[in-house]
Design a protein around this ligand. Sequence first.
Ligand code: FES
Length: 646
Amino acid sequence: MGLEIMEKDVEIVFQPSGRRGRVPAGTTILAAAQGMGVGIEAVCGGKGVCGKCRVIIEEGRFEKLGLVSSKAHVSGLSAVEEKFLSPEELARGYRLACLAQVRESLVVTVPEESRTAKQVILEQGRERSYRLAPAVKQYSLVLPPASLSDARDDRQRLLEALEERYGLKDLIVDYTVLRDLPLLLRKEEWQVTVTLWQGREIIRVVPGAEVSHSLGIAIDVGTTTLAAFLCDLTTGELLGKASRMNPQIGYGEDVLARISYAMTEEEGREKLQQAMLEAISVLAEEMTAKIGREALEVDEIVLVYNTAMHHFTLGLEPKHMGRSPFVPAVSVPLDIKARDLGVKINPAGNIHSLPVEAGFVGPDNVAVLIAEEPYRSNSIKLIIDIGTNGEIDLGNKDRLLSTSCATGPALEGAQIAFGMRAAPGAIERVEIDPETKEPRYKVIGEDKWYPELKVTGAQGICGSGIIDVVAELHRAGIISKAGRINGRLETPRVRKDESGKLQYVLAWAEETAIHKDIVITQGDIRAVQLAKGAIYVGARYLMEKYGCDHVDEVILAGAFGSYINKRSAMALGLFPDCDPEKVKAVGNAAGDGARLALLDVEKRREAARVARQVEFVETAVEPDFQARFMEALSIPHAKDEFPHLG
Ligand code: FES
């Protein structure tokens, strides 16, 4: 009997998107949503740990949909759900999508707080100059026609003509090109345009001389978002940009959740890879369609990502890269045929992957380095790429050091009571009056600040807002240097929760879009301290290994880095003291690096060199790490001075 139930297909409709489909009975609501492209937050990757995948099971007959939906159409309540959901919520039909299994037809509402939000994505960093020398180049030529007296085969005829006209020797021809070569050569009276990759492989032959320029795409594959750039490989011109959520987010918000998904779920690794490759194909199609071209005309894609995304995208076993001693499957740069990965561009074209530095320091950091070029600088630069995993580089033309630190997702808004990613509705700026302890704040997507704006669209707080609020709580005397909330202040903003823990009310329910007080808890402050402490200690170790006691420049990279308030970040002690004039936010430097590598092969060589040369420092194994980390938890630091804070 039980078996029969498990084998039948049942209908499920998600609201408000209206997506509808059939899934086998026994599928979790989360898996059904993922299969149907409905975004549900799954911070822990569907492990029943985070409690974020809340959905509502609707009750009743839905005439328009032709369905009956009932709480009884779902598997029984688990102990975990009882822990995360209040009795009132359970009565209203709330369940955790990763635990509740579909038994019969269902209408499921994904409430606002559980939807994977639309991102504000920083697609472009700053202007950078480069040398135009792409891996893909076009050559046009006219071949001598075949005749009884010249019966060379078509391939031979083409190769000899290229050698004669352009001095190109020892070329190979991709198999997909060979298939139609006889037709292509004869279509325009033996006149063709040949596309060559790395001066050694023919990846396309097009009849005629007046053909469109080759296209290339650079993509920064972030844990949360993908930012893509379409370029004309003949002129270097940027033809378009596009971005989308990393589709793997439904399988786990952070890298570790996804590694565990890949390892524990059947075909988990394949699913993660497939989701990513499809997203890349869709980006290529979208961007080329916008300029009236086709994805098949794209001859190369350059990818940068962290080591985990590198493994997931290329389908490499991620197990050992995710645990000590953090050994990746492969570190060297890779060129993989698009057809081998199933990416829908020119099948003979290549997907170029920048090299991995070490363990968790991935191609994206290499991309940041080739964009920022600290190895050409006299002054000492400290580059902090803030993401779920922080990557830090320090050095100049003499020496370059790098480390990574587990910042955790707090600085990006996760694991914070009201944290969210930088999306419309997120509080991104905060100021607190030291006298009244009253805040002013600004929400993404709104021009005016609260309280000028009486009712805001606030739903939560994102990374830059979190940095601001903790720095401001400290400046206003609401939290101590140790990060503890002062419960003796005369303000309604500081109060205790049901369990007696102190919190600061940043926004009252009536002024928010979620009709709940948005609070900063003692736990949130602690999470920020842990994150900033990790970055600070990492930077300090690098300075010590390098032998310098101050840095000349601080560069904040990453989408998050460009929204961050530099003064708040320093007041919090995110990085060692530096002249604020010399602190720069450069935006998506990894995306810039990817673009440079697409347009200039010398940059790829530079990337391979720098990946080998950079000295990786493993800070967590230092004997005094714990003691120094504790000091760095203080705001801004237990001992270090910050003269520039004034
Ligand atoms: Fe984390 Fe369901 S509890 S995804």
